[in-house]
Design a protein around this ligand. Structure first.
Ligand code: UD1
Length: 369
């Protein structure tokens, strides 16, 4: 029986851990799962809504770390996570993704000699100005088991000198959540509530510091969004970071004047799935949404200069368009000028809804080594 501490911290972690904990509970003769929530994200809409929608059991431990500078937040997670590990003495600690909680908890464990598995290992944007890239590089250097969502991840890890024994290609666990929840999301009334049911619309998310913390970049994006929203309604669930910047940069009036650019509060997992799955086009700077749109065959424009998920471009529906106003408008128009595609999507290998079980198998196998 393997005792596994599963760490979650921020919004993009919840849909990765949900299917893993679910599989561990199903395989209760082999696994004893515990959940630690660092509290990096704490608002009801950024955290609780996901536990409810995804049916994740209440965390066994809640650290309540909250927001702060990178150093403050990372250090607070480390300080508060260490006694939890010492108390529970798990066989494995499982961390997911690339947020500050991921590297903080991995670092605590490696110093205590507790084995760490990293889910979503090997992704690289090659942009070291991105905080997540540093978190990815460092977590992969110290974790014992590196579970990759696509084989470009394996190649990146090998190129960084990581031996094959530590790498397992298991597929994309976030797509397990997507496929498990697709039917349940049909009960969401978000499209009706927004008055867009049965119509064409665009879904938008924006929260990367490189996009929203820099006024000039944010304004360039806003100009493009104004133009696109003149053509179709753009539904924009606004991340708290972005909400703050709109106010701070004095952009509230300009945003309000674009009446078809519709700012709404962040959505839970099922409502957001219902929203983007019906969109004609998705605009985003998120990593996960590039993958989710690829799995469903929805056209996606990534408003960044790079992606750590190149498979969504080579095998999916994603185009990395950057932040130039004219380029974004041209790419959006090119998609909207064509009829909606009705071809069934062909997701990348192992994006099949069964990644959680492969992760559990890999943990069992690695425990014997
Ligand atoms: C974090 C992750 C990022 C991920 C994103 C998803 C890191 C380095 N970044 O960025 O990879 O894509 O989460 O959302 O780990 N805030 C709230 N309520 C909350 C959480 C945050 O109001 O529940 C506000 C706070 O003012 C905070 C700001 O949002 O200062 C940013 O939050 P933070 O967790 O620092 O980073 P994110 O931008 O959310």
């Amino acid at each position: 029986m393997l005792k596994v501490l599963n760490v979650v911290g921020a919004r993009p972690n919840f849909m990765k851990v949900a299917p893993i904990v679910d599989a561990m509970r199903r395989r209760a003769d082999e696994f004893l799962p515990l959940i630690v929530h660092t509290g990096q994200h704490y608002d009801a809409q950024m955290s609780d809504a996901f536990f409810n929608d995804l049916g994740i059991p209440k965390p066994d431990v809640y650290l309540g770390v909250g927001s702060g500078s990178h150093a403050v937040q990372t250090a607070a997670v480390m300080q508060q996570f260490e006694p939890v590990v010492l108390e529970h003495k798990p066989d494995w600690v499982l961390v997911v993704g690339d947020v500050n909680s991921t590297i903080a908890c991995a670092l605590v464990c490696v110093k205590l000699g507790i084995k760490v598995a990293h889910v979503e290992a090997g992704l690289r944007s090659r942009d070291r100005a991105m905080p997540e890239e540093i978190n990815r590089l460092l977590t992969d250097q110290i974790a014992d088991l590196l579970l990759t969502p696509s084989t470009d991840g394996d190649e990146n890890l090998r190129a960084e000198g990581i031996p094959d024994e530590r790498i397992r290609f298991v597929g994309n666990v976030m797509i397990d959540s997507l496929f498990h929840q697709l039917e349940r999301a049909e009960a969401s009334t978000v499209r009706e509530d927004l008055g867009i049911a049965g119509t064409d619309y665009v879904a938008l998310t924006l929260h990367r510091p490189s996009n929203v913390d820099d006024r000039e970049t944010f304004e360039r994006l806003l100009t493009a969004l104004e133009a696109i929203s003149a053509r179709l309604p753009v539904i924009f669930p606004v991340h708290p970071r972005t909400r703050g910047r709109i106010a701070e940069f004095g952009l509230s009036d300009r945003v309000a004047a674009a009446t078809n650019l519709r700012l709404i509060d962040p959505l839970g997992y099922l409502d957001f799935l219902r929203l983007y799955s019906g969109a004609r086009l998705v605009l985003t700077d998120s990593g996960g949404i590039q993958e989710e749109t690829t799995a469903l065959g929805i056209p996606c424009l990534t408003l960044r200069e790079n992606t750590e998920r190149p498979i969504t471009v080579t095998h999916g529906t994603n185009q990395v368009v950057g932040t130039d106003t004219a380029k974004i408008i041209a790419a959006a128009n090119a998609i909207l000028d064509k009829p909606r595609t009705t071809d069934a999507p062909t997701p990348p290998p192992f994006w099949d809804g069964h990644t959680a079980d492969r992760i559990l198998d890999a943990l069992l196998e690695a425990s014997k080594m």
